[in-house]
Write a protein that binds this ligand. Sequence first.
Ligand SMILES: [Zn+2]
Length: 277
Amino acid sequence: MRGIQDVYTASKKVVDFWGYDNKAVLYSSSIGAFVFPVSLGLIQHTVFRILAITNGSIFASALGLAAVGMSGCAASVALTEASDRLRERAYFSWREPSYSALPKPYSLNNHEDLKLLTVYFIGTVVVFKACRGRFSSVLPSSVKHPGAFANVGIVGSHRYAHKSQRVKIMQMGRKLGCHTCGRKWFSKSFIADHQPPLALSHNNRGKKYLFGVLRYPKTQQKLYPQCKKCSLKQQKHIQSPKNYSAVVTHASSLRIYHLFLPLPYIWAFIRDVAYYI
Ligand SMILES: [Zn+2]
């Protein structure tokens, strides 16, 4: 009990001491919350799309983790900078400035800066995971594999989906969105997409045997909801892989794991509480 009381007294002291300007906290946190998904989108477009690294690649999870952590650092730096500017403005307009400024992790040549960025990196990764995010889903999708928004899917066959499967796919699509681009609201109907695509499956007619002797292992077909736009992209790519890319980006499809908590404030608060205990 004593420990809890200590933390309570210390928290109260810290809150009184900081005397945060609520508006500054709200505005700077909003900027951080905006920068986080924008940064993830930029990495998706400028790095992963150009290098054609998709969510089905071997290192997708590790690369996704790096992208999430780095975007968290970018958002934290943006938040810190915004907080600093707002404090200055508050001072010039004769409003009471806050006492304690957030530490700035910019120069990177001292130990403190690196420690701070490491905390933001790990913090963002933990929040992302707590919101049930998959690291590979911040990479673009490929029309040849289950996309960044694919869940377990439903078991299919090498034939077209029958009616009950199509009904299930429609329900899944409305709830989870297109498995390739994540679009949910702007798509009225969803197609049952075979993965791997039927045209590429070895078990299809004429492709059952390798050199006419060895039988290809039977691949398990799965069905996922896909929007018409992505389905068309898939068709074009399969017909002409040289002219049409298999990569589909989805930076504007936001999910709960794109949430960014104002980590610099949280960390500064924790450190102050620890100091007072
Ligand atoms: Zn789509």
